[in-house]
Design a protein around this ligand. Structure first.
Ligand code: MRU
Length: 350
């Protein structure tokens, strides 16, 4: 089943509205890059690879809507649009990676007409989108063998088709194992406060007919102690050069619990999520979101007015707790500083 998270149609960006799921399945149309920025900020589109694709398409939309300009002015305005999009969310590496790709096209097309530059930018954005689906399929192929028939897998947040252009990273590995005939069962963390697990991962697994059970985040440790979890797999928003990984808040607790219970803890992510400019996870910028995500549920208040809130959207899992990082280029093992630097040199891993 193909879930169409994000696509380019009639010079607009079409997004599945992830805030409306699972109750309503509808698509929203972005006709300007400003609308794409709002969609990224308000989580209409979310998940690191999907944000990257949205950013690229946002630049293409920006280029398309600019009036005819002298070449240097056109280039400068596009770079300014990239800067504006870069401010939409701080943690997902893929957003900045996609903008870098678009900036290369912008800077290479200095000699080209504005019309042709716009065409090139649209082409690159669509390419980033379709490439992401292929990459996720490859991540699935590489990681699928780690799961055995009958495994109970725990996942956190949504690292599925909805978090990418399609197929998913962590859920992609689960899908790939299923496609090979393995019968898996997935425990889905609800993922407070935005409920990406309860609303989105369950929606995807239901569509895929993969058996699942929803739990609240605070139940995961007890299930591990009961021997109900065989393996854990999650996605990533940014991976530092030493393997420390930023992912949805709550991931770190799962990794520590997994260590105590001797449960393999896997990260699945494209190479574009790795940020080799950061030596360790401590330098990864962590987004803090608004307090009403914690004090309210769908506009209904659940904490007294004036309650002080701290709402980091991501946490950092130290590399030492990660059993392996599954990428499209192969499975990375410890020490990650070495396996990551090899991958950046273009070597394959098995
Ligand atoms: O705040 P979100 O919903 O964008 O957070 C998403 C996650 O943390 C995902 O696990 C991560 O982006 C990996 S998606 C393949």
């Amino acid at each position: 089943m193909m879930i169409k998270t994000i696509f380019w149609k009639n010079n607009s960006v079409v997004l599945i509205d992830q805030n409306a799921l699972p109750l309503v399945e509808r698509h929203v149309l972005c006709k300007s890059y400003k609308e794409v920025i709002s969609a990224i900020k308000n989580l209409t589109v979310r998940g690191a690879p999907a944000i990257g694709v949205a950013a690229a398409m946002g630049v293409a939309l920006g280029a398309l809507r600019l009036p005819p300009l002298p070449p240097e002015k056109f280039r400068k305005q596009l770079l300014a649009i990239c800067e504006e999009i870069a401010k939409s969310r701080p943690t997902a590496r893929n957003l900045f990676w996609a903008l870098e790709r678009m900036k290369k096209v912008i800077n290479h097309s200095r000699q080209t007409s504005q019309r042709d530059s716009v065409k090139e930018l649209i082409k690159e954005a669509i390419h980033i989108c379709s490439e992401d689906i292929e990459i996720n399929r490859q991540i699935g192929k590489n990681g699928g063998f780690l799961f055995t028939n009958g495994d109970n897998i725990l996942t956190h947040c949504n690292a599925g088709a909805l978090a990418t252009a399609g197929y998913g990273t962590a859920l992609g590995v689960i899908r790939a194992a299923g496609e090979k005939g393995k019968k898996l069962h997935v425990y889905v963390d609800e993922t407070r406060p935005v409920l990406q697990g309860a609303r989105l991962t369950t929606w995807e697994l239901k569509k895929e007919k993969i058996p699942f059970t929803l739990i609240t985040d605070n139940m995961a440790g007890f299930l591990m102690s009961q021997g109900k979890i065989d393996k854990i797999i999650v996605g990533a928003d940014r991976i530092a050069a030493n393997g420390d990984t930023a992912n949805k808040i709550g991931t770190y607790s799962l990794a520590v619990l997994a260590q105590v219970h001797h449960i393999p803890f896997y990260i699945a992510a494209p190479v574009s999520t790795i940020d080799t400019s950061l030596k360790t996870g401590i330098s990864i910028p962590i987004e803090e979101r608004k307090s009403d995500e914690v004090t309210h549920f769908k506009k209904v208040r659940s904490a007294p007015t004036g309650t002080k809130v701290y709402n980091p959207a991501f946490d950092i899992t130290p590399a030492k707790f990660i059993t392996a990082i599954i990428t499209e280029k192969g499975i990375l093992r410890k020490p990650y500083s070495i396996s990551i630097s090899r991958i950046h040199k273009g070597e394959k891993h098995s």
